[in-house]
Write a protein that binds this ligand. Structure first.
Ligand SMILES: NC(=O)c1ccc[n+]([C@@H]2O[C@H](COP(=O)([O-])OP(=O)(O)OC[C@H]3O[C@@H](n4cnc5c(N)ncnc54)[C@H](OP(=O)(O)O)[C@@H]3O)[C@@H](O)[C@H]2O)c1
Length: 312
Protein backbone atom coordinates (compact mmCIF):
# COMPACT_ATOMS: atom_id res chain seq x y z
CA UNK A 1 0.00 0.00 0.00
CA UNK A 2 1.45 3.38 -0.93
CA UNK A 3 1.11 6.47 1.22
CA UNK A 4 1.76 10.13 0.49
CA UNK A 5 4.98 11.22 2.20
CA UNK A 6 4.21 13.90 4.78
CA UNK A 7 6.53 16.69 5.91
CA UNK A 8 8.50 15.85 9.08
CA UNK A 9 7.26 17.59 12.26
CA UNK A 10 8.64 21.11 12.71
CA UNK A 11 11.98 21.12 14.53
CA UNK A 12 13.60 24.51 14.98
CA UNK A 13 16.95 22.84 15.65
CA UNK A 14 16.80 21.30 12.19
CA UNK A 15 15.44 24.01 9.95
CA UNK A 16 14.77 23.02 6.33
CA UNK A 17 17.46 24.07 3.87
CA UNK A 18 16.68 27.10 1.72
CA UNK A 19 19.89 27.42 -0.29
CA UNK A 20 18.41 28.95 -3.41
CA UNK A 21 16.07 31.36 -1.71
CA UNK A 22 16.29 35.06 -0.92
CA UNK A 23 14.70 36.60 2.18
CA UNK A 24 14.45 40.27 3.21
CA UNK A 25 14.14 41.17 6.91
CA UNK A 26 13.18 44.76 7.71
CA UNK A 27 14.97 46.03 10.81
CA UNK A 28 17.31 43.04 10.54
CA UNK A 29 20.11 44.93 12.27
CA UNK A 30 18.81 44.68 15.85
CA UNK A 31 16.45 42.97 18.27
CA UNK A 32 14.05 40.32 17.00
CA UNK A 33 14.89 41.13 13.37
CA UNK A 34 18.55 40.36 14.01
CA UNK A 35 17.62 36.89 15.29
CA UNK A 36 15.21 36.28 12.40
CA UNK A 37 18.11 37.04 10.06
CA UNK A 38 20.57 34.89 12.05
CA UNK A 39 18.20 31.90 12.13
CA UNK A 40 17.27 32.21 8.44
CA UNK A 41 20.96 32.50 7.49
CA UNK A 42 21.59 29.05 8.95
CA UNK A 43 19.38 27.54 6.20
CA UNK A 44 21.80 28.54 3.44
CA UNK A 45 19.43 31.22 2.11
CA UNK A 46 20.58 34.65 1.03
CA UNK A 47 19.34 37.03 3.72
CA UNK A 48 19.11 40.76 3.10
CA UNK A 49 19.02 43.05 6.10
CA UNK A 50 16.89 46.15 5.59
CA UNK A 51 18.33 48.82 7.86
CA UNK A 52 18.27 52.59 8.15
CA UNK A 53 21.76 52.59 9.66
CA UNK A 54 24.64 51.15 7.54
CA UNK A 55 27.01 50.89 10.54
CA UNK A 56 24.46 48.85 12.50
CA UNK A 57 23.79 46.67 9.48
CA UNK A 58 27.50 46.01 9.14
CA UNK A 59 27.80 45.08 12.82
CA UNK A 60 24.84 42.70 12.50
CA UNK A 61 26.30 41.13 9.37
CA UNK A 62 29.61 40.52 11.16
CA UNK A 63 27.85 39.06 14.23
CA UNK A 64 25.83 36.63 12.09
CA UNK A 65 28.89 35.59 10.08
CA UNK A 66 30.73 34.85 13.34
CA UNK A 67 28.01 32.33 14.26
CA UNK A 68 27.01 31.06 10.82
CA UNK A 69 30.16 30.42 8.77
CA UNK A 70 29.56 31.08 5.09
CA UNK A 71 26.32 32.99 5.76
CA UNK A 72 25.05 34.68 2.60
CA UNK A 73 24.21 38.15 3.81
CA UNK A 74 23.66 41.56 2.32
CA UNK A 75 22.29 44.82 3.58
CA UNK A 76 20.19 47.50 1.91
CA UNK A 77 19.34 50.94 3.16
CA UNK A 78 15.71 51.04 4.31
CA UNK A 79 13.91 53.86 6.09
CA UNK A 80 10.24 53.00 6.46
CA UNK A 81 9.49 56.48 7.77
CA UNK A 82 10.48 57.94 4.38
CA UNK A 83 7.87 56.52 2.03
CA UNK A 84 9.28 58.07 -1.12
CA UNK A 85 12.63 56.29 -0.56
CA UNK A 86 11.20 52.78 -0.66
CA UNK A 87 11.25 52.36 -4.44
CA UNK A 88 15.00 53.03 -4.43
CA UNK A 89 15.42 50.51 -1.59
CA UNK A 90 13.69 47.82 -3.64
CA UNK A 91 15.78 48.64 -6.73
CA UNK A 92 18.91 48.28 -4.60
CA UNK A 93 17.98 44.70 -3.74
CA UNK A 94 19.25 43.75 -7.20
CA UNK A 95 17.45 40.40 -7.21
CA UNK A 96 15.14 38.87 -9.78
CA UNK A 97 12.84 37.33 -7.22
CA UNK A 98 12.18 37.40 -3.50
CA UNK A 99 11.00 34.31 -1.60
CA UNK A 100 9.92 36.09 1.58
CA UNK A 101 9.89 39.44 3.30
CA UNK A 102 9.60 39.69 7.07
CA UNK A 103 7.96 42.98 7.99
CA UNK A 104 9.70 43.20 11.35
CA UNK A 105 11.00 46.75 11.80
CA UNK A 106 9.03 48.83 14.24
CA UNK A 107 9.14 51.93 16.35
CA UNK A 108 7.44 52.27 19.75
CA UNK A 109 7.22 55.55 21.65
CA UNK A 110 6.47 55.54 25.36
CA UNK A 111 5.95 59.25 25.96
CA UNK A 112 4.33 62.27 24.34
CA UNK A 113 4.64 64.51 22.38
CA UNK A 114 3.02 63.09 19.25
CA UNK A 115 5.63 62.89 16.50
CA UNK A 116 5.33 62.75 12.74
CA UNK A 117 7.37 61.33 9.89
CA UNK A 118 8.74 63.71 7.28
CA UNK A 119 5.67 62.79 5.21
CA UNK A 120 3.41 64.15 7.96
CA UNK A 121 2.10 60.83 9.29
CA UNK A 122 1.96 59.94 12.97
CA UNK A 123 5.36 58.31 13.51
CA UNK A 124 4.28 54.79 14.57
CA UNK A 125 1.34 54.47 12.16
CA UNK A 126 3.44 56.01 9.38
CA UNK A 127 6.48 53.78 9.95
CA UNK A 128 5.07 50.47 11.16
CA UNK A 129 1.98 50.32 8.99
CA UNK A 130 2.25 52.73 6.04
CA UNK A 131 5.96 52.01 5.53
CA UNK A 132 5.36 48.29 5.18
CA UNK A 133 2.18 48.91 3.13
CA UNK A 134 4.13 50.86 0.50
CA UNK A 135 7.15 48.53 0.66
CA UNK A 136 4.90 45.56 -0.12
CA UNK A 137 3.55 47.32 -3.19
CA UNK A 138 7.08 47.82 -4.53
CA UNK A 139 8.08 44.25 -3.69
CA UNK A 140 5.09 42.51 -5.25
CA UNK A 141 6.65 41.91 -8.72
CA UNK A 142 9.68 40.27 -7.08
CA UNK A 143 7.49 38.20 -4.74
CA UNK A 144 5.28 37.15 -7.64
CA UNK A 145 8.38 36.00 -9.55
CA UNK A 146 9.15 33.40 -6.83
CA UNK A 147 7.32 30.06 -6.93
CA UNK A 148 5.55 30.47 -3.55
CA UNK A 149 6.66 33.63 -1.78
CA UNK A 150 5.51 34.77 1.66
CA UNK A 151 4.89 38.13 3.26
CA UNK A 152 5.29 37.71 7.02
CA UNK A 153 3.99 40.58 9.12
CA UNK A 154 5.15 41.00 12.72
CA UNK A 155 2.16 42.00 14.82
CA UNK A 156 1.91 42.26 18.58
CA UNK A 157 -0.02 40.79 21.47
CA UNK A 158 -0.58 44.44 22.44
CA UNK A 159 -2.94 44.70 19.48
CA UNK A 160 -5.29 42.10 20.92
CA UNK A 161 -6.91 44.58 23.29
CA UNK A 162 -6.85 47.52 20.83
CA UNK A 163 -9.46 48.65 18.30
CA UNK A 164 -8.80 50.96 15.36
CA UNK A 165 -10.37 54.41 15.19
CA UNK A 166 -10.92 54.59 11.44
CA UNK A 167 -11.85 58.27 11.75
CA UNK A 168 -8.59 59.10 13.52
CA UNK A 169 -5.99 56.65 12.21
CA UNK A 170 -3.24 59.20 12.80
CA UNK A 171 -4.22 59.92 16.45
CA UNK A 172 -4.63 63.62 15.72
CA UNK A 173 -7.52 64.27 18.08
CA UNK A 174 -6.48 62.06 21.00
CA UNK A 175 -2.87 60.91 21.21
CA UNK A 176 -1.79 58.31 23.75
CA UNK A 177 1.57 56.82 22.79
CA UNK A 178 1.03 53.24 23.95
CA UNK A 179 -2.41 53.09 22.42
CA UNK A 180 -1.09 54.57 19.17
CA UNK A 181 1.62 51.89 19.15
CA UNK A 182 -0.91 49.09 19.76
CA UNK A 183 -3.15 50.47 17.03
CA UNK A 184 -0.25 50.71 14.58
CA UNK A 185 0.49 47.03 15.22
CA UNK A 186 -3.20 46.17 14.84
CA UNK A 187 -3.23 48.06 11.53
CA UNK A 188 -0.27 45.95 10.39
CA UNK A 189 -2.08 42.76 11.37
CA UNK A 190 -5.28 43.78 9.53
CA UNK A 191 -3.05 44.53 6.55
CA UNK A 192 -1.48 41.05 6.69
CA UNK A 193 -4.85 39.30 6.83
CA UNK A 194 -6.43 41.53 4.16
CA UNK A 195 -3.40 41.14 1.89
CA UNK A 196 -3.88 37.39 1.94
CA UNK A 197 -7.58 37.79 1.09
CA UNK A 198 -6.67 39.94 -1.91
CA UNK A 199 -3.88 37.60 -3.03
CA UNK A 200 -6.24 34.60 -2.89
CA UNK A 201 -8.91 36.51 -4.81
CA UNK A 202 -6.43 37.34 -7.57
CA UNK A 203 -5.08 33.78 -7.81
CA UNK A 204 -1.58 34.87 -6.70
CA UNK A 205 1.12 32.39 -5.67
CA UNK A 206 2.16 34.76 -2.85
CA UNK A 207 0.82 34.14 0.69
CA UNK A 208 0.59 36.53 3.61
CA UNK A 209 1.00 35.30 7.19
CA UNK A 210 0.69 37.26 10.44
CA UNK A 211 2.89 36.44 13.43
CA UNK A 212 3.66 37.96 16.81
CA UNK A 213 6.67 37.40 19.10
CA UNK A 214 4.91 37.39 22.48
CA UNK A 215 6.82 39.38 25.08
CA UNK A 216 10.48 39.58 24.07
CA UNK A 217 12.94 41.33 26.39
CA UNK A 218 16.54 42.34 25.69
CA UNK A 219 17.45 41.24 29.23
CA UNK A 220 16.43 37.63 28.41
CA UNK A 221 18.26 37.65 25.09
CA UNK A 222 21.66 35.97 24.65
CA UNK A 223 24.54 38.32 23.88
CA UNK A 224 25.53 39.02 20.28
CA UNK A 225 28.25 41.65 20.66
CA UNK A 226 28.39 44.33 19.44
CA UNK A 227 24.72 44.12 18.34
CA UNK A 228 23.48 43.16 21.77
CA UNK A 229 25.50 43.09 24.98
CA UNK A 230 24.02 41.69 28.18
CA UNK A 231 25.52 42.19 31.62
CA UNK A 232 25.39 39.53 34.31
CA UNK A 233 23.41 41.94 36.49
CA UNK A 234 20.77 42.43 33.81
CA UNK A 235 20.54 38.68 33.28
CA UNK A 236 20.07 37.95 36.96
CA UNK A 237 17.51 40.67 37.57
CA UNK A 238 15.50 39.54 34.52
CA UNK A 239 15.42 35.87 35.52
CA UNK A 240 11.95 35.97 37.18
CA UNK A 241 10.47 37.54 34.03
CA UNK A 242 11.35 34.36 32.15
CA UNK A 243 8.32 32.73 33.77
CA UNK A 244 6.10 35.01 31.72
CA UNK A 245 8.03 36.24 28.67
CA UNK A 246 11.13 35.36 26.63
CA UNK A 247 14.20 36.71 24.83
CA UNK A 248 14.29 38.17 21.33
CA UNK A 249 15.96 35.02 19.94
CA UNK A 250 12.78 33.13 20.92
CA UNK A 251 10.53 36.00 19.80
CA UNK A 252 11.99 35.52 16.31
CA UNK A 253 10.77 31.91 16.02
CA UNK A 254 7.17 32.44 14.86
CA UNK A 255 8.44 34.58 11.96
CA UNK A 256 11.14 32.07 11.04
CA UNK A 257 8.58 29.28 11.03
CA UNK A 258 6.17 31.36 8.95
CA UNK A 259 8.92 31.84 6.35
CA UNK A 260 10.10 28.22 6.21
CA UNK A 261 7.44 25.75 7.30
CA UNK A 262 5.55 24.36 4.29
CA UNK A 263 2.61 23.59 6.60
CA UNK A 264 2.01 27.29 7.36
CA UNK A 265 -0.71 28.79 5.15
CA UNK A 266 -1.64 32.28 4.05
CA UNK A 267 -4.13 34.08 6.28
CA UNK A 268 -2.93 32.30 9.42
CA UNK A 269 -1.82 33.83 12.73
CA UNK A 270 1.15 32.36 14.59
CA UNK A 271 2.48 33.28 18.03
CA UNK A 272 4.12 31.73 21.10
CA UNK A 273 2.38 28.78 22.72
CA UNK A 274 2.27 29.83 26.41
CA UNK A 275 -0.46 32.47 26.93
CA UNK A 276 0.66 34.02 23.63
CA UNK A 277 3.69 35.39 25.49
CA UNK A 278 6.44 32.80 25.40
CA UNK A 279 7.29 29.35 24.09
CA UNK A 280 7.38 27.55 20.77
CA UNK A 281 5.35 28.93 17.86
CA UNK A 282 1.83 27.63 17.39
CA UNK A 283 -1.05 28.54 15.15
CA UNK A 284 -3.66 30.71 16.90
CA UNK A 285 -7.23 31.32 15.83
CA UNK A 286 -7.38 34.73 14.14
CA UNK A 287 -8.65 37.10 16.83
CA UNK A 288 -12.33 38.00 16.45
CA UNK A 289 -11.78 41.70 15.77
CA UNK A 290 -8.94 40.93 13.36
CA UNK A 291 -11.26 38.72 11.34
CA UNK A 292 -13.60 41.68 10.63
CA UNK A 293 -13.14 42.01 6.86
CA UNK A 294 -15.05 45.30 6.67
CA UNK A 295 -12.60 47.05 9.03
CA UNK A 296 -9.67 45.56 7.12
CA UNK A 297 -11.09 46.75 3.80
CA UNK A 298 -11.70 50.28 5.11
CA UNK A 299 -8.17 50.44 6.51
CA UNK A 300 -6.81 49.25 3.16
CA UNK A 301 -8.69 51.97 1.27
CA UNK A 302 -7.56 54.64 3.75
CA UNK A 303 -3.94 53.46 3.55
CA UNK A 304 -4.10 53.51 -0.25
CA UNK A 305 -5.45 57.07 -0.22
CA UNK A 306 -2.73 58.18 2.22
CA UNK A 307 0.02 56.71 0.02
CA UNK A 308 -1.42 57.56 -3.36
CA UNK A 309 1.25 57.75 -6.05
CA UNK A 310 3.83 55.82 -4.01
CA UNK A 311 4.69 52.39 -5.31
CA UNK A 312 3.92 50.61 -8.53
N1 LIG B 1 9.96 43.09 21.87
C1 LIG B 1 8.70 42.78 22.09
O1 LIG B 1 8.32 42.35 23.19
C2 LIG B 1 7.68 42.92 21.00
C3 LIG B 1 6.36 42.56 21.30
C4 LIG B 1 5.41 42.64 20.29
C5 LIG B 1 5.77 43.05 19.02
N2 LIG B 1 7.06 43.40 18.76
C6 LIG B 1 7.39 43.84 17.40
O2 LIG B 1 8.54 43.16 16.95
C7 LIG B 1 9.31 43.97 16.07
C8 LIG B 1 10.74 44.06 16.54
O3 LIG B 1 10.75 44.55 17.88
P1 LIG B 1 12.08 44.62 18.73
O4 LIG B 1 11.69 44.44 20.16
O5 LIG B 1 13.12 43.76 18.13
O6 LIG B 1 12.46 46.15 18.52
P2 LIG B 1 13.90 46.86 18.48
O7 LIG B 1 14.91 46.07 19.20
O8 LIG B 1 13.64 48.27 18.90
O9 LIG B 1 14.26 46.82 16.92
C9 LIG B 1 13.48 47.54 16.03
C10 LIG B 1 14.10 47.48 14.66
O10 LIG B 1 13.30 48.29 13.78
C11 LIG B 1 14.15 49.21 13.14
N3 LIG B 1 13.48 50.47 12.75
C12 LIG B 1 12.85 51.36 13.53
N4 LIG B 1 12.41 52.39 12.78
C13 LIG B 1 12.76 52.13 11.50
C14 LIG B 1 12.61 52.82 10.26
N5 LIG B 1 12.03 54.02 10.18
N6 LIG B 1 13.07 52.24 9.14
C15 LIG B 1 13.68 51.04 9.19
N7 LIG B 1 13.89 50.35 10.34
C16 LIG B 1 13.43 50.89 11.47
C17 LIG B 1 15.24 49.49 14.15
O11 LIG B 1 16.33 50.12 13.53
P3 LIG B 1 17.41 50.98 14.40
O12 LIG B 1 18.31 49.96 15.01
O13 LIG B 1 18.04 51.86 13.40
O14 LIG B 1 16.62 51.73 15.44
C18 LIG B 1 15.51 48.09 14.61
O15 LIG B 1 16.28 47.38 13.66
C19 LIG B 1 8.59 45.32 16.05
O16 LIG B 1 7.74 45.36 14.92
C20 LIG B 1 7.76 45.32 17.32
O17 LIG B 1 6.61 46.11 17.19
C21 LIG B 1 8.01 43.36 19.73
Amino acid sequence: MSSTPSAPPWNRRRLPRADDRVFLVTGGNAGIGYFVAEQLSATGATVVLGSRNPAKAEAATAAIRARVPGARLRAVRLDLADLSSLGTTVESLEVERLDAVVHNAGVALDDPPRRETGDGHELMFGTNHLGHFVLTRWLMPLLSAAPAARVVTMGSFAAKSERLDLDDLQSRTDYRPQRAYGRSKLAQMYFGVELDRRLRASGSTVASVVVHPGGALDSLTPARPPVHVRTTGARLSAAPAALLVQGKHAGARPAVRAVLDPAVRGGELWGPRVFGLRGEPRREPVWNHLADASVAARLWEASRDLTDGLGR
